[in-house]
Every structure is written in C-alpha cells, then in structure tokens.
Design a protein around this ligand. Structure first.
Ligand code: SF4
Ligand code: SF4
Length: 58
C-alpha cells in the first residue's frame, strides 16, 4: 500500500525529503509522493517530527 501523507498535519518542514533514499518526495505548496519511486522503506515515516506519514497496511 502506498505512503499516506496527512496534509493537515504536515508542516512542510522538508525533513522527510532529506532522508528519502529514492527521491520520492516532492515539496511544492504541499508535500507529495511519487509513487513509482517510493519503495515504502519507512525511513520518512520514522523521521517525521509530527507523525504526518504512514504506510497504509492492507
Ligand atoms: S517530515 Fe513530516 S512534517 Fe516534515 S515535510 Fe515531511 S511529512 Fe511534512
Ligand atoms: S517510504 Fe522510503 S522511499 Fe518512500 S517516500 Fe518514504 S523514505 Fe522515500
């Protein structure tokens, strides 16, 4: 399942972008994920200081 971004919680600090090994995160006016590039490694989920990221489970 894809990485889920809670855009109401995300404060766009950019920390997750700096740790993503796949360059799968983009920050413009809001954070978005390039799903084809995301391997769901969970690194960004672990680092987000406000808990805005989650890997959705089946
Ligand atoms: S680390 Fe969390 S709060 Fe910061 S940009 Fe990423 S998702 Fe948003
Ligand atoms: S789960 Fe891993 S590959 Fe996907 S956006 Fe987060 S850090 Fe990048």
């Amino acid at each position: 399942m894809p990485l889920k971004i809670d855009k109401k919680v995300c404060d766009r600090c950019g920390t997750c972008i700096s740790v993503c090994p796949c360059n799968a995160l983009l920050l413009t006016d809001e954070l978005s994920v390039i799903r084809d590039q995301c391997t769901q490694c969970g690194t960004c989920v672990a680092i987000c200081p406000v808990g805005a990221l989650e890997i959705e489970k089946l």
